[in-house]
Design a protein around this ligand. Sequence first.
Ligand SMILES: Nc1ncnc2c1ncn2[C@@H]1O[C@H](COP(=O)(O)OP(=O)(O)OP(=O)(O)O)[C@@H](O)[C@H]1O
Ligand SMILES: [Mg+2]
Length: 469
Amino acid sequence: MRSLANRLALIFFLITLGAMAIVYVVVVPTLKQSLVTERTDRLAASAERFSGVIERAIDSNAPVAVLDAVVRQAADQANARVTLLGVNRGTFGPQPFVKSDSNAGTDIGDLEFPAAAQAIESRRPATATESAGDGRVVQAARPLLFRDPESGREVLGSVVVFSDQLGDVEANVALVRDRILIAALLALAAAVLAAFLVAQSLGRRVARLEHVARRVAGGDYSARFAVDGDDELGRLAAALDGMQRQLAELDTARRRFIATASHELRTPIFSLGGFLELLEDEDLDEEDRARFLDRLREQVDRLGKLATDLLDLSRLDSGAVQLRPEETNVGRLAGTVADEFVPALAAHGSELRVEVGERPVTVVCDPERLAQIMRILVDNALTHTEPGTTVTLAAGREAGRVTIAVQDGGAGIPRADLPRVFEPFYTSDGRRGSGLGLAIAHELAERMGGDLAVESRPGRTVFTLGLPA
Ligand SMILES: Nc1ncnc2c1ncn2[C@@H]1O[C@H](COP(=O)(O)OP(=O)(O)OP(=O)(O)O)[C@@H](O)[C@H]1O
Ligand SMILES: [Mg+2]
């Protein structure tokens, strides 16, 4: 019962069985009932139509032979058996007796004529069914009344009963019942078969997905989910395929990241080893030693920054960075960051303009992290431009957001490289950087619920950080 095919087959089977049982229990008895009613109504109508002649024959005191002939004629016309019963008034109430019968040859001793009894009692037309030796019969009785000349009252003289066999009705009902049973068996077989086929095809498709999922889980990113239709399973396969592509991309990115990170770490370490070897030379003059020590410090600084950046990025990636949001005056923060760059600006011969407008711009965010993003952007505007470039750091409010833009007048980023500037280790101009700054800034911006966008053409490069106000 754990397989989908079996469960589906069982459900189909039960539903079909239930439907057929309802049809059987409801339809067969109602059909029988309505056939009997219809037959009774027809017989009652015949009795009403053809009993008049018999009544007139009785009224005119016709001889027995004539009465028999009239009864037989009525039977022929009504296509039913007609029995004329006289009524004796005895001590035990009215007793019917057969006066004339259209099937005079057959014995009617075992018939009790319940319809006649009802008609006698109620003095109204009545219908009933009764079991005879050769099956059930339906009867329609009409009381024949005449006016007693002495008392002037209506007196019940006789009852005419029209009877018909119900055998064919029962045969028809039995036929329908058999047909329903056969149809039910066929429907059950078809339902079970259909359920098996549907479940098997579904099962095969699910098994294919499962197989590929296991391969992907095992690290085989070349396995593909086959999209085999646009139904729910097809859409699931498409979604899994998308997920698998992303996993493959992530895996490639992870490998590339590790390879580049180790390469970036190895370069300064080798360089450090080289300088140490040179410094070990005892004949080295003071000037060269100072130069080498400077280089050594540079490499150590670079290594330190790289290690910090890598740690930052991995903590951002794993969600381990905790933000401490507070009401922050963006203009004042920009001023503080700008002050940190005074020595670098002097070395670069550049000017940094801070444009924050009249009204203070405030936003709720982590000021440490916002300052970190500003530093990364201003540092880039100095590192990746020619000396003497003017850089602006502007803060403002725009369409319900707070924007911080860092603009420079440098040569810019080639258009083709723009989509990649936020990738880790991406550098386009080969200037000493390791390409982690913008990756960190971008991740941070997203963590803060904002975004970082870039626009660049020769002479104007703007990085804009947007934060929800
Ligand atoms: N203002 C800019 N003008 C021109 N190119 C830029 C500018 N900012 C960034 N770039 C380009 O984008 C690349 C990526 O910048 P990113 O800050 O991520 O790395 P980096 O500055 O090279 O190294 P670091 O990790 O030290 O910041 C840079 O190498 C540079 O080619
Ligand atoms: Mg940088």
